[in-house]
Ligand binder design. Sequence first.
Ligand SMILES: [Zn+2]
Ligand SMILES: [Zn+2]
Length: 713
Amino acid sequence: MTKILVTSALPYANGPIHFGHIAGAYLPADVFVRHHRMLGDDVVYICGTDEHGVAITIGAEQQGTTPAEHVAKYRVIIKDLFDKLHIEFDNFSRTTLPLHHDLARRFFEELKSNGHLFEQTEEQYFCDTCNRFLADRYLTGSCPHCGHPGARGDECTGCGKWLESVELTSPACKLCGGTPAKRSTKHWYFRLDAFSDKLRDWLQGQSDWKEHVRGYVLSMLDNGLKARPISRDLHWGVPVPGEAEGKVLYVWFDAPIGYISSTMEWAEKQGKPERWRDYWQDPACRIYHFIGKDNIPFHCAFWPAMLMGQSTPYTLPCNVPANEWLTLEGRQFSKSDGWYIDLTSFFERYSADSIRYCLAANAPESSDTEFSWKDFQLRNNSELANIYGNLVNRVLRFVVTHFDGRIPEAASLGPRDREVLAQVRELFEQTGRHYSAFELRRAAFAVMELGRVGNRYVDELAPWDTVKNDPPTCATTLNVSATILLYLACASWPLIPSAASKLLGFLGLGGEAWEGMHHRVHELQLAGRTLGPTEILFHKIEDDQIAMEIEALHLRRDALPLPAPTPSQTSSNAESPMEPTPVVQPPLPAQEASPPTSESLFPPLKEPISYEDFARLDLRAATVIAAERVPKTDRLLHLEVELGLERRHVVAGVAGTYAPEDLLGKRVILLANLEPRKLRGVVSHGMLLAAGEGDRIRLLTPDGEVANGTMVK
Ligand SMILES: [Zn+2]
Ligand SMILES: [Zn+2]
């Protein structure tokens, strides 16, 4: 049995989290964990709140409360969102536990006794009025690089540069507004630079990592690592061993140790307090850290180095599947900018499965992606409801009406039955491979493909006819259809656990455990089972509902003054130990750039044509069902599109804008009667409509639900 430990980035208990965080570090991990539970692996899923740091003490002071009350409040809000989304941790701990403090101090002491720490005296600003050192964000002033007046002690919000607080000009205390003076103080540093070679050797062995993750860290190593301060003058945090009160471990140092302390807490709750060692001290255990891309330097360099520097032997992570950003309607989620989704009302209207599926189908795996309300509606209505829900509904209703609610025996399987069963099993295995490889988008697509295959089978076998003239065939069709539903449930459980569990119950298998189901599914007998009570799995979302959501989003933002552009997305831990990473894209400007005014920027209009000329074009709605790069080109993708009446292979010059996986499931418009043409050895039968060129090309897509094959006029 494979032993697996999965962690998600510890959310920072300084505010609520949003769907952007969920899509990056939590949903992908939860899906991965569920898949391994289905495989029967020994998997433990660990998380907890990160409750230390300057941002928290400031947040507490601003809200007139104590840090302890502040983190307790947000911990509840954060955990509540995880519960609503069915993100199921085995343990959700917190870094303020004594258990965690003890372990963090032990980490410090082992690094120290192994010679990996040194002390250095440095100047820091001290406020006499407040009688304290002004760490990081307690200090504000002008940026030495760009002159921005609102720079913080750790980062300039104008130009995004990482700052040392002593670099600020005209510094002011954030608490009292007074002018601080420099005073010397001693801090502990971690010799990160001494681990460069070991880190490089270790990374070079990780050939199965996501390329953007490994490449980023290797380039960090090429640029040279520096020693990093690991202590702070603060009263909230893990006290530094051997130091007077008022010196704590820097939050970036103590937070990841929370993965281990949370596992220890889990083991204690199991009544086997030593069991954490089975995961953290067994080299055969596979440890996965799921994070957002802002946490890459930390989890792929600092944290492994901290582990390498211990005397206690710890297992290093085997993969760090970091994700890119998910934006909301093209902008970063931001509560302070009014650009967010109200999650309380969200869960009053929509289900966890709908949002899980939508986030998975759009997961920011290799590039930034966006959540849009229209897409959410489309995924829910035309995929979950029309394909998945429809198949479930039509098959079960038929069994109730014509077989007294009992799944019939298969008389004898015909070639079409055998074919569909083979297809369905292959799609089920395919989803498993995608889950193992952190490919949520492909997995979501394969699940829906399984639903499509099922619907086509039912259409073709037409049991409503055979029930009258060929009852044995009808019984076989329904038995096979029920088997398809069983595989659909199993393939989709990691993504949409609630619907999948209900579906299992509908099939009379409500008592079955999901653990090990990946293997057991092939032996489960359906014939003779009485269906459980059924219900509608997915409710359609109406257009006016979505229009209201979009309006609410804009109203919230318009109610606020125009925000100043910020240089980087708020990370889950607001106190990043590193320079803002260069992979972070600059945010969109607050307003769209005005369109070019000069007509000469556009090609001249073409000659007028008659309607008859236009009517000769056979334009159809279609859906991309497979996509890959055309080898040795950087512009061309080889696509397979579902046209309703048939499938087509098309070569499209859109690789400048789209990665192949971006296009899976995308609705497009195909010029279907263009003569076939051979491009780079592939026969392209039709052409996709698109606007723009090169890396600015954009495919045209129907604004709402349109069946494949529908004429475009
Ligand atoms: Zn600046
Ligand atoms: Zn002050």
